[in-house]
Design a protein around this ligand. Structure first.
Ligand SMILES: Nc1ncnc2c1ncn2[C@@H]1O[C@H](COP(=O)(O)OP(=O)(O)OP(=O)(O)O)[C@@H](O)[C@H]1O
Ligand SMILES: [Mg+2]
Length: 331
């Protein structure tokens, strides 16, 4: 199904912190992101950059030690945090759903595939009959291309790839407009990973939901998504159409570093260049741009002033290199 410009997910100025006994961990800071109907948007960043925190925040599944300190999340125009608990239960899964990072443990080992699918459907749509939910379970297995005989299987009787298909079937059971996929293929070997990705793309085209696809695998995300958000230390430092993700384009220095870290096959050798240094402590972020200690282009202003969001062609970036006016104002 084609993308439209109708927003399905709108994240506005979102900041989220974990309360710990040594202080606040600023896991997500000032994030703005819109995902449109039928669109696939990728979210990439190193481990600990805040990707899962953002996913849980959208689903309003944060645990007690996390607080949304600022901003708003709207799904289909509805402020997710303005819903009552009861409304939220109906909203979740029927409007937005999630494939969790630890998909293998998302399934209950002592329940058959059918029971898990049927129970999920009935938990969010108590108005449906068990018979109708059973019929839907069959359709869903067809959709993810698992033989219907596996409705009576237990998770341990399925391969990793099949379990992942079941998890995806459960996520799309109620036809949500938005599915958040948090590293849905990380636990699988590359061949199975590839087939699950093809499956996701095929089902998405058929059914038409939007996907926020979270991964640390840059090339995988660039291939699947039409736009990619690059996260560093809780901030989206660049948002770019994926067709511009190559080294002949100018990018945020962090994006450039990630691109250079993808193995480049040249005539007779494989070259990989990593990014030096480590991500910052989210309890004690450096002043100015959080990337400056690792940035090969860091200027004086980068150490003092946090870069504002700027638009450069089709990209949105937070980097002084793209905003001469701001840099001049702070010299
Ligand atoms: N319950 C918690 N209490 C304190 N800090 C937390 C908690 N959960 C996560 N964090 C911290 O918040 C930051 C963001 O974590 P998050 O899990 O969102 O990152 P991620 O990008 O999903 O990483 P990964 O790629 O490893 O899954 C990390 O620094 C993490 O240590
Ligand atoms: Mg994560």
């Amino acid at each position: 199904m084609a993308e439209t410009r109708e927003p399905v997910l709108q994240i506005e100025d979102l900041s989220v912190a974990y309360v710990t006994n040594t202080g606040l961990v600023h896991a997500v800071s000032d994030v703005n992101l819109t995902v449109h109907r039928g669109e696939i948007v990728g979210l990439v960043g190193e481990s600990g950059s805040g990707k899962s925190t953002m996913a849980y925040t959208i689903m309003r599944l944060l645990r007690g030690d996390a607080v949304v300190t600022k901003g708003r999340v709207r799904v289909l125009g509805q402020d997710v945090y303005a819903l009552s608990e009861k409304e939220l239960r109906a909203f979740r899964w029927s409007k937005m759903s999630m494939v969790f990072q630890s998909a293998m443990s998302a399934l209950n080992p002592v329940m058959t595939v059918e029971t898990q699918i049927v129970d999920t459907i009935l938990a969010h749509r108590p108005d449906l009959s068990r018979q109708a939910a059973r019929e839907r379970a069959k359709e869903l297995l067809d959709l993810v291309r698992i033989d219907r005989k596996h409705l009576q299987s237990y998770p341990h009787e399925l391969s990793g790839g099949m379990r992942q298909r079941v998890v995806i079937a459960i996520a799309i059971a109620l036809n949500p407009a938005l599915v958040i996929m948090d590293e849905p293929t990380t636990a699988l070997d590359v061949v199975v990973q590839r087939s699950i990705l093809d499956e996701i793309r095929r089902i998405q085209e058929q059914v038409g939901f939007a996907i926020l696809f979270v991964s640390h695998d840059f090339s995988l995300v660039a291939e699947l998504a039409s736009r990619v958000a690059i996260m560093y230390a809780g901030r989206i430092v660049e948002l770019t159409p994926s067709h511009l993700l190559n080294l002949s384009e100018r990018h945020h220095p962090y994006t450039e570093g990630l691109l250079k870290a993808i193995p480049q096959l040249t005539a007779d050798e494989v070259t990989i260049q990593g990014i030096g240094g480590y991500p910052p402590d989210l309890q004690d972020l450096p002043p100015g741009c959080a990337f400056h200690p690792r940035c090969p282009y860091a200027m004086d202003v980068c150490r003092r002033v946090r870069p504002a969001q700027v638009r450069a062609g089709e990209k949105v970036l937070e980097c002084h290199l793209f905003n001469e006016a701001e840099v001049k104002a702070h010299v």
